[in-house]
Design a protein around this ligand. Sequence first.
Ligand code: PMV
Length: 351
Amino acid sequence: ATETIYKASTTAPVNIAVVKYWGKRDPKLNLPTNSSLSVTLSQADLRTLTTATCSATYQGEDSLILNDEPSDIKGARTQACLRELRARRAALEAENSSLPKLSTMPLRIVSENNFPTAAGLASSAAGFAALVRAIANLYELPSSPTELSLIARQGSGSACRSLFGGYVAWRGGEQADGLDSKAVEVAPASHWPNMRALILVVSAAKKGVSSTSGMQQTVATSDLFQGRIATVVPAHMDKMEAAIRDRDFPAFAEVTMKDSNSFHACCMDTYPPIYYMNDVSRAAVRAVEAINAAAGKTIAAYTFDAGPNAVIYYLEENSGPVVGTFYSLLQGTDGWKDGAKSYDSAAVKLD
Ligand code: PMV
């Protein structure tokens, strides 16, 4: 039994926020200044696959291989996740002495994304969600997705939302210990199954300003940001939850676009300013406006994270005008060509 290798595998999907997490009230525990809400994309299209093993025969320290390359596991965020998971396993072992002492064994973790890691496609969200769930499965922890979200949040804030499919809120919480800062399901994907996301990879280059330092600079220097967290985001959360409940695409789209604009306005309001969107991003905004104007109603919504790539939400029945227009409009632009080379910009379903 001492040679046994214990093993568990899992996948976790990417999520793209429609009300953005931007700002930490506690950088150490990754506690946010505001609640956020996201849509989880299909695992068939974008996901991280993670296998965790442990064994008494393993020598040395914990290790992580990410996309075939040894990866640093020493960072405070990853260490916080491993520490929390080990502590929960150790508690189970203390209660039941017949359990193997997995908490004392080195971990070997192998992780693989089916999309470019550095493309600014929220790879850390899927990555930390998969890491936490794989080890929780290995340790046979009786934890719900919401409980695991408390751990994944400490790896990367947005990761807490990737423990669920469909429409997911991260309730920011108020407690200093962060125990009320966790993800909950707003609605399963089946509630509004015809939602689609078109991902336009404007640039697959690693983002210029990391989300951690961008957030820090925004909280420290943007005046607009104070209004965003005091009134803009709470109103967007309420409107977004109602839009999802009522399957009201125009309302969903308006909040999605306004929240992305508000977030990027705060980034530009920092001192010095941060520009995540570029000319190709702005061309995508104009394309969405043209598509909606031509349709005579709102059938497409753009949103941008901490980089120039666009995610366009639309309903399946409108894929002709939405996806068709993007393909013909952007084929000629340089940004689109480069992006298309490194990663197939693609329309994806929900999970
Ligand atoms: O989870 P982080 O630390 O990579 O931050 C994510 C920030 C945004 O993607 C811009 C917004 C969000 O809510 O996902």
